[in-house]
Design a protein around this ligand. Structure first.
Ligand code: UD1
Length: 341
């Protein structure tokens, strides 16, 4: 019997992780999930099985727990890579709980790197963020744009994790990584079976919009309309989570095919900026509904505008986005309608 290639996926039950696991299975890989379900639900694994007809192996483990991670990883010495999603990701919460963020995000990465070294796993795909660019000098950023001092512990953990990974590839001959700088992931699997599951009141725009449309939140507040942008609201690069998921498969293939031994930084965005008001209008149009919203004050820490130059992803990974913004907004709404909050 042919054995498909094994890939370890920490945080594989999470939002971006679960969509990536689906794409890995579709591409013929055998993903092994490590997740402690702190920010996801175990039924997501059943949904992945429903979509792909394959039930991925899942180990319930906290990636900060070195002993537990070693016990799992030692069973997969032939893994062709590890995709590390597991991390805390809420900017506001990180300001309230800085120690938790540093301990979890940096601690987990260190455990993962030790396990990879111990069991000869050479390739890492890491989840970074466009937050590393801070308030960029230009709205469009390339990977060469300067990394700016972080304004939250969350952002600082991403900058620090990137550094740790770069130092690790300098120190070891047999270690290569992609540092994937995500812009703003939205959307859900077109089946409506998996998607984002925010806990409590969402911080991010998309789940706040869908929960408002569903009546869970009374109204959306637009954080500021006095920015120096065409309609005065912030501009971001909203990318369909399925496109993001596919980029992870391509990043893994890039590392394997080139026998990569360094750390390569790659922006993952659509290359197009969209304002908050444009998102609201498009959401209303594509889903044929009215959203209750008001303009409020700016949110502390928000950058005015940022979107990706994604030429490097195209060149190195042969990847471009396939889904439109309207499809993403439709899929987010389909998913929201199907869940019990
Ligand atoms: C932030 C982080 C990013 C992180 C991501 C995931 C920064 C610069 N970016 O992205 O690194 O990976 O969260 O947690 O720190 N908005 C409203 N009303 C709302 C919610 C949001 O108007 O109720 C606006 C925001 O002002 C912003 C846009 O919507 O302009 C997107 O906000 P959000 O979804 O929170 O993402 P970012 O802040 O861009």
């Amino acid at each position: 019997m042919m054995h498909s290639k094994t890939v370890l996926v920490t945080g594989g039950a999470g939002y971006i992780g679960s969509h990536t696991v689906v794409e890995l299975i579709n591409a013929g890989y055998n993903p092994i999930i490590l997740d402690d379900f702190r920010n996801s639900k175990s039924w997501i694994i059943d949904r992945i099985a429903q979509i792909t007809k394959v039930t991925p192996t899942c180990h319930q483990v906290d990636c900060q727990d070195e002993g537990a991670v070693m016990e799992v990883v030692k069973n997969y010495p032939n893994a062709i890579g590890l995709i590390h999603f597991a991390a805390d990701k809420a900017v506001g919460e990180s300001i309230q709980k800085p120690v938790q963020y540093y301990q979890n995000n940096i601690g987990s990465l260190c455990v993962i790197l030790k396990a990879m070294k111990s069991f000869g796993i050479k390739h890492l795909v890491f989840s970074s963020s466009c937050t590393v660019y801070g308030e960029a000098d230009t709205a469009v950023v390339t990977e060469e744009s300067p990394v700016k001092a972080a304004t939250s512990p969350y952002g600082d953990t991403k900058i620090t994790c990137e550094k740790i990974i770069r130092y690790n590839s300098n120190a070891h001959d047999n270690f290569g990584a992609t540092l994937l700088r995500y812009f703003n992931p939205i959307g859900a699997h077109p089946s409506g079976l998996i998607g984002e599951l925010p806990q409590g009141v969402p911080n991010n725009l998309m789940p706040y919009i869908t929960q408002t449309a569903k009546g869970i939140r009374e109204k959306l507040t637009v954080f500021g309309s006095d920015y120096n942008t065409p309609d005065g609201t912030n501009i971001r690069d909203y990318i369909h989570v399925m496109d993001l998921a596919k980029a992870h498969v391509k990043a893994l293939q890039f590392l394997n095919n080139t026998a990569c031994k360094e750390s390569v930084t790659i922006n993952l965005g659509t290359g197009k900026g969209t304002s908050v008001l444009e998102i609201i209008n498009a959401f209303e149009n594509v889903n044929q509904l009215k959203l209750n919203y008001e303009i409020g004050p700016r949110r502390v820490g928000d950058v005015e505008q940022i979107y990706a130059n994604s030429e490097r992803a195209k060149k190195l990974l042969g990847w471009t986005c396939e889904y439109s913004l309207n499809e993403a907004l439709k899929h987010s709404w389909e998913w929201e309608k199907g869940i019990d909050n």
